[in-house]
Design a protein around this ligand. Structure first.
Ligand code: DOR
Ligand code: ZN
Length: 489
């Protein structure tokens, strides 16, 4: 048998269907064998993993690494180091940088910044009124997918008009490309926020008052209508409200290709925490009342929500701790803490490790066209593996985060279940709980291995290029032709 680079022995390998005792052989960037210890090829390096679990590296569909434009909040180097330390091997990064990722020039700046990445990545391009005519150009230049900020948030990018959103979906439906939507209704948010400001409210809960669940329900409903009409694939970002889950359930039943994420903060935090932590917890959509927590868990369990993402949204501590809630930047870091937080819930019996792997790796791999290459521990796949100790207990500490944004609502939270080692395409990016500094830049774009399955476009034949021509057989002007027979009218 040919010698391989690494054999991991005596572990338990997790997939959504089963947990098996197995060893794993890795050659170069790929897994080449998964099976009984005795069947493993000779290896340059052997690693014992008795009692540990091997999970497909987590794929986080939603991070903000801030570069270009806001490098004081995060850089690709620090954000992706946080990912590596959190067992996350692939991230999809958001376009609300400066400049926003809506032109090829801006994309080039981001691709340059991402050369420092410790993890593999996809880049969401911006879908807005100004960019909707450039979507194919952006795809050719390397974006994997798009993001539409239907709800206003950090970066203040104008929400696409419904007309532009429809047009974008008409373009993307035949290509099978999925669009992430920040689904909140911006006009509701702006009006409410102004009223609350005028009334002098600056407390933390005013943020929630400005962004009621109905803003999310309305926007999700609207987006799903356009997605269903065109057959475009959509992905609902950071689903936060119990009240909008029925829309996802019904759309999925009707065959709309919608995927949806929620984040640990919507599952585990609520307004009780916000009363204590204030602006640190400000984010969009807001963290809501406790009544939302359990229905979101149930929706993950029954598949209404497909996956866990983090909305890793770092800001400098001083930008998070201002007197008025309106002056606190929205978001907080999360890519590094997701896995310990969720494994803790697994240890508490709220879900199985198999469920977790479905949410953290399999579902995102499928949504973004990576499944088979990523999201699975099997021969032929990238060797992207989080090696996890379910018995290790500790306390999350914001000071120890790799992120520049050393401020987190999870600070001081006890957890049980940690990634110990992270492998990205066969190479350790975290080992024994430490970042492997030399692996900087090992991350690369997933675009070359992305394969979106064919979509089923509908009602896209009226898209601009077709409607800009007067159809054959139709008079060129609207002037009545010949003698009008009014008796026929
Ligand atoms: O709270 C948020 N912060 N929500 C978002 O949607 C964007 C993010 C950011 O970029 O800071
Ligand atoms: Zn976000």
């Amino acid at each position: 048998m040919k010698e391989v680079d690494l054999v991991i022995r005596g572990a338990r390998v997790v997939s959504p269907e089963q947990i098996i005792d197995a060893s794993v052989a890795i050659a170069g960037e790929h897994i080449v064998a998964v099976g009984h210890d005795d069947t493993m090829p000779p290896a340059r390096e052997e690693m014992r993993a008795d009692g540990l679990y091997l999970l497909p590296g987590a794929i986080d569909s939603h991070v903000h690494f801030r570069d270009p434009g806001y490098a004081h909040k995060e850089t690709w180097r620090t954000g992706s180091a946080a990912a590596a330390m959190g067992g996350v091997t692939t991230v999809f990064e958001m376009p609300n940088t400066h400049p926003a990722t809506g032109t090829v020039e801006a994309l080039r700046l981001k691709q340059k910044a991402a050369e420092a990445s410790y993890c593999d990545f996809g880049l969401h391009g911006l879908l807005g009124d100004d960019t909707v005519d450039r979507l194919e150009e952006l795809l050719d230049a390397g974006v994997t997918s798009f993001k539409a900020f239907v709800g206003n948030t950090f970066g203040n990018l104008p929400a696409p008009t419904d007309g532009a959103l429809l047009e974008g979906f008409e373009t993307l439906a035949p290509l099978g490309i999925r669009t992430v939507v920040h689904a909140e209704n911006s006009s509701i948010l702006f009006r409410r926020q102004q009223k609350l400001k005028d009334a002098g409210r600056i407390d933390a809960l005013a943020h929630l008052a400005a962004r009621p669940a109905v803003a999310e329900i309305e926007a999700i409903g609207r987006v799903l209508t356009l997605a269903e009409w065109t057959g475009a694939r959509v992905h609902i970002a950071h689903h936060s409200a119990a009240d909008s889950l029925f829309l996802l359930r019904e759309a999925k039943r009707r065959g709309v290709d919608v995927t949806a994420e929620t984040c640990p903060q919507y599952l585990l935090l609520n307004t009780d925490h916000m009363l204590k932590l204030g602006g640190i917890m400000r984010l969009n959509p807001p963290i809501r009342e406790a009544r939302h927590n359990l229905p979101l868990w149930e929706a993950l369990m029954d598949g209404t929500l497909d996956m866990i993402a983090t909305d890793h949204a770092p800001h400098a501590p001083e930008e998070k701790t201002r007197e008025s809630i309106w002056d606190c930047d929205c978001g907080f870091p999360g890519v590094e803490t997701q896995m310990p937080l969720m494994l803790t819930e697994v240890n508490r019996g709220r879900a199985s490790l198999m469920d977790y792997v479905r949410w953290s790796a399999v579902a995102p791999a499928k949504a973004w066209g990576l499944y088979g290459t990523k999201g699975v521990i099997a021969p032929g796949a990238h060797a992207d593996i989080a090696i996890v100790d379910m018995e290790r207990a500790g306390v999350l500490s914001q000071n120890r985060l790799q992120s520049i944004s050393k401020i987190s609502p999870w600070n001081g939270r006890p957890v049980k279940g940690y990634p110990l080692h992270t492998l990205l395409r066969g190479r350790f990016v975290m080992r024994e709980g430490r970042l492997v500094n030399e692996a900087v830049g090992w991350g690369r774009s997933v675009k070359p291995v992305q394969k979106m399955p064919a979509a089923r476009p509908r009602n896209t034949e009226h898209y601009s290029s077709a409607i800009l021509q007067t159809p054959a057989g139709v008079p060129r002007t609207a002037v009545p032709q010949g003698e009008v027979d009014w008796s026929q009218a």
